[in-house]
Design a protein around this ligand. Structure first.
Ligand code: CTP
Length: 319
């Protein structure tokens, strides 16, 4: 079917990147990489036509009052009530207001990070963005430990914390959040129905344990705006992945963006198997119709931007 063949053809085209170009050329392009600052500015300006990360990264308290009913962004017929807890955790002002950094790392969750030795390099960036509450401690040598901004899809509660069924799951979660100190925890709570009870449990745990983490909940227009930007650039991505969302947001406040852990392919350049996630046994979901994403297409887009000096994509070892 369409989706499957698109995925296969994207992988084949990535094979072309690797086979025709050869791994040495890909690596060479990493070694010889130079930032193209005028392109970075142009991309920032163009993205700003669609969204402003300072504003769209989170709704703020004054936008809602407890009891308000909103429609899910990707499921307009379903609604969500803004609870007292959720309202109390909405930030007063955007957590990214006036924040600017020279270099940022956006860390995806691909198994390509294993054995990369990229931990130190990732931690050396001024601002480190991570996805889906990915664990770091046991993998610090490869993925680093610093997290200034971390996303959490509501499904993470089920997938990594046993649905909070017992006390030890909840403790593990509270411990993970306490390690974040006052970093930003970004929870897409208004995208699709299904995760509302998880979001409520998370909110309740943050409040009960007086965690310092700074919660953020993306604006109702963010995903449409991001999709709109990429569509006008002829990149047809219906549902941008968290990683692509993070790169798009980061263009607002980072002069130099370095991406790690983006490799949505089951093999590396030498044909060695690569895990979908560096930290669990989840399989490659984009092969199935269940996945809404087009990660191989996103990867190709990021690869082109890397070659033009707009961002730096690291898919090998860090030296
Ligand atoms: N990623 C990648 N290659 C992989 C796995 C992940 O490039 N093998 C990138 C994607 O941009 C992804 C991000 O890393 O959005 C974070 O990974 P993950 O937590 O797995 O995201 P998913 O849950 O798969 O997708 P999403 O949260 O975007 O729905």
């Amino acid at each position: 079917d369409g989706e499957l063949s698109l995925s296969r053809s994207m992988i084949n085209s990535s094979d072309k990147i690797t086979r025709k170009g050869g791994s040495s050329i890909f690596q060479h392009s990493v070694e010889g990489w130079k930032i193209n600052s005028s392109l970075v500015l142009e991309i920032r300006k163009n993205i700003l036509r669609f969204l402003d990360a300072e504003r769209d990264v989170s709704v703020v308290k004054s936008s809602f009052k407890p009891g308000d009913v909103i429609h899910y962004v990707l499921d307009r017929r379903r609604t969500l009530n803004i609870s007292q807890d959720l309202h109390s955790l909405l930030p007063e002002v955007s957590p990214m207001k006036n924040r600017r950094f020279k270099t940022c790392a956006v860390v995806g969750n691909s198994g390509i990070l294993l054995d990369s030795g990229c931990g130190k390099e990732i931690d050396s960036h001024d601002f480190v963005i991570r996805c889906n509450l990915a664990p770091v401690v046991e993998f610090a040598a490869d993925v680093g430990a610093k997290s200034d901004f971390i996303t959490m899809n509501p499904s993470v509660v089920q997938r990594a914390f046993g649905g909070f069924r017992n006390e030890s799951d909840r403790e593990k979660f509270v411990h993970r959040l306490s390690m974040l100190n006052d970093s930003v925890l970004w929870i897409p709570a208004f995208m699709v129905k299904g995760g509302e009870k998880h979001v409520e449990w998370v909110n309740a745990l943050i409040l009960k344990n007086k965690l310092k983490v700074r919660t953020a909940y993306p604006s109702l227009r963010l995903i449409h705006a991001v999709r709109g930007y990429w569509l006008t650039n002829k990149v047809h991505i219906k549902r941008p992945s968290t990683g692509l969302l993070m790169y798009t947001l980061a263009t607002r406040f980072c002069d130099e963006i370095h991406l790690y852990g983006f490799w949505p392919f089951p093999k590396d350049l030498h044909g060695k198997p690569v895990k979908y996630h560096y930290y669990d046994d989840l399989k490659y979901r984009y092969f199935s119709n269940a996945s809404p994403h087009r990660m191989p297409l996103e990867f190709k887009t990021l690869y082109v931007l890397h070659n033009r000096g707009a961002l730096k994509l690291t898919t090998g070892k860090c030296v």
